[in-house]
Design a protein. Structure first.
Lengths: 491, 57
């Protein structure tokens, strides 16, 4: 406990110093506060994208999922990476140019602008609140659980998480978020490498070779497609994440931020390397953990989320503290990016567009206030710790899935979408309603893997939303008006 | 030189292969085969994507 407290203190001091130094970048407007005035350099852009994307799910959830269900977990997580790289390669440059031309700050504002519909922007902002507040609560619950497991108290953990979440946002907006994300992203990958290295030492130390590891994993079926990973379940897990890069506002917004095309290329390059490395390391940790159970070195772990803590209990306290803090960092780096992004939607779509005149100072004060309110909401839910919240966070990606066809249609053909706003609104309402109905009817966790006529709920959500947008596109096929500078070189 | 359509066509192929091969050819436990397949396929796609971006952006 002392070691963790000291490590946590070092982490907090380090992050806070970095956040304070980032104030030198200057935050005088909401554009600077939320999207860094489109000035992020490549390394910062890549690290904030990576740290925002990869949450505590990786070192806790994915390790446990791999332990329990085998190598299928690798296929699930890499499907996300392959799809995300494709979407980034196709759309980043275009979105980068359009964001500057049109002054986008929030993703809901982007859709509002592209479709010419304030209603759509408000609707999307509301969907973000419904989908992402539970997800943020789940990150705070994760931090609380780490504290609880170490004897420091669940409430203390949630409180520390909430305070840091707010602090590292209000210091300098996305500048302090991005710089602390870089810090936390490095901490996360270092921790995963350390854990893997220790496991690679532990196995031979107990007299087993890596041939034995593979043989025992083969024997229990973990190296193949286990019964858990039926094709419908694999589709259920992968489909929502395939479109993560275009549906989740915290990552969509990061496409606006690179200072130029070169920085955007660096962002994609470093993110792809980070994502592949981090994913492979975490899955290998889960597989080795399973082999340790089969060898009798660690007991069978019934609850997936306890696999990582079980491993860490065997480690030197300083090293395990470093890794525990990396889990806190992963949760926090995701949570504060989400809160900042949802705040941008609230501020841009509900305040700045409606107020008669808005001074920068008032907008920034309002932004900070919204950050605090959203964090308090997420923390309040986390304090109560309802069983369904973690389950709700699992279907966050399904609730946001209807935004995929709406967003992609607008990015592909921005000149046509002003005629399609009604279809976009109906698409989002229909898709979100199906997802929410399924969550209520089946329960959030079951709805994630439930199927109707053999297809997962997420496939139905995507199909219905896409058909509605497609019908609109077909009915309103006209010659597009000239669009200047689309995909043009960014100076 | 690969254009956008070529890149997108390849992306569809890669995504199909990501699902198809594991569920047909590599579903049985066979050591590192499936893990290597998925990792290599993803690595190849990272390289192709970075090449595409370098040439086309």
């Amino acid at each position: 406990m002392i070691e963790f407290t000291a490590m946590l203190l070092a982490y907090v001091v380090g992050g806070t110093v970095i956040a304070l130094v980032s104030r030198r970048f200057g935050v005088k407007s909401t554009k600077e506060y939320f999207v860094a005035d489109y000035r992020l350099r490549g390394f910062l852009a890549s690290m904030t994208y990576a740290a925002t994307t990869y949450s505590a799910f990786m070192m806790v959830g994915l390790v446990g999922l791999t332990y329990a269900t085998g190598i299928g977990a690798l296929g699930f997580e890499l499907a996300y990476l392959v799809a995300t790289l494709t979407l980034l390669a196709v759309f980043t440059r275009r979105v980068l140019v359009m964001a500057r031309e049109r002054g986008w700050v929030s993703p809901s504002e982007m859709l509002s602008d592209l479709y010419g519909s304030r209603l759509l922007g408000s609707l999307v902002a509301a969907v973000y609140l419904i989908a992402l507040v539970p997800y943020t609560s789940a990150q705070l619950i994760g931090i609380g659980t780490v504290f609880e497991g170490l004897g420091l108290g669940y409430v203390a953990g949630v409180s520390v998480g909430a305070v840091l979440l707010v602090l590292w946002i209000v210091i300098a907006g996305v500048w302090s978020v991005a710089t602390t994300d870089a810090y936390q992203g490095l901490w996360m990958i270092a921790a995963s490498v350390i854990l893997l290295a220790w496991l690679l030492y532990l196995v031979p130390a107990h007299g087993y070779g890596f041939g034995d590891v593979i043989a025992v994993l083969d024997r229990v079926g973990a190296t193949g497609i286990t019964p858990f990973w039926s094709l419908p379940v694999f589709l259920s897990y992968t489909l929502p994440w395939v479109f993560f890069a275009v549906t989740n506002p915290q990552v969509v917004q990061r496409l606006y931020m690179p200072v130029n095309e070169r920085a955007a290329k660096v962002m994609v390059k470093y993110f792809s390397a980070y994502g592949l490395l981090y994913t492979v390391i975490v899955v290998v940790v889960g597989m080795i953990a399973r082999s340790l159970t089969e060898f009798g070195i660690i007991p069978r772990v019934a609850h997936r989320d306890l696999v990582t803590p079980t491993l860490l209990n065997l480690l030197n306290p300083i090293v395990s503290s470093f890794i525990y803090v990396s889990i806190v960092a992963a949760a926090l780096s995701t949570a504060n990016s989400i809160v900042l992004s949802v705040t941008s939607s609230v501020v841009r779509d509900f305040y700045e567009t409606r107020a008669r005149s808005v001074s920068s100072r008032a907008a920034l004060l309002f932004s900070n206030a919204v950050v605090v309110v959203l964090t308090l909401m997420a923390a309040a839910v986390a304090y109560v710790r309802p069983a369904f919240i973690v389950e709700m966070s699992v279907i966050t990606s399904v609730i946001l899935l209807p935004l995929a066809p709406t967003t992609i249609a607008a990015w592909v053909s921005p000149s046509r979408t002003r005629m399609l706003w009604k279809y976009a609104v109906i698409s989002v309402v229909a898709g979100t309603s199906i997802a929410m109905y399924a969550a209520v009817a089946y329960g959030p966790a079951r709805s994630f893997v439930a199927t109707i006529y053999g297809l997962p709920i997420s496939a139905w959500v995507l199909a219905v939303s896409t058909v509605i947008v497609a019908v609109g596109c077909l009915l309103h096929r006209t010659k597009p008006s000239p669009v200047t500078a689309l995909g043009g070189r960014l100076r | 030189m690969m254009g956008l359509r070529g890149y997108l066509a390849l992306a569809v192929v890669v995504l199909v292969l990501h699902y198809l091969v594991p569920y047909t050819v590599l579903h049985e436990p066979r050591g590192l085969a499936l893990a290597t397949y998925w990792t290599l396929l993803s690595l190849i796609w990272v390289v192709v994507t970075l090449y595409y971006m370098r040439r086309r952006w």
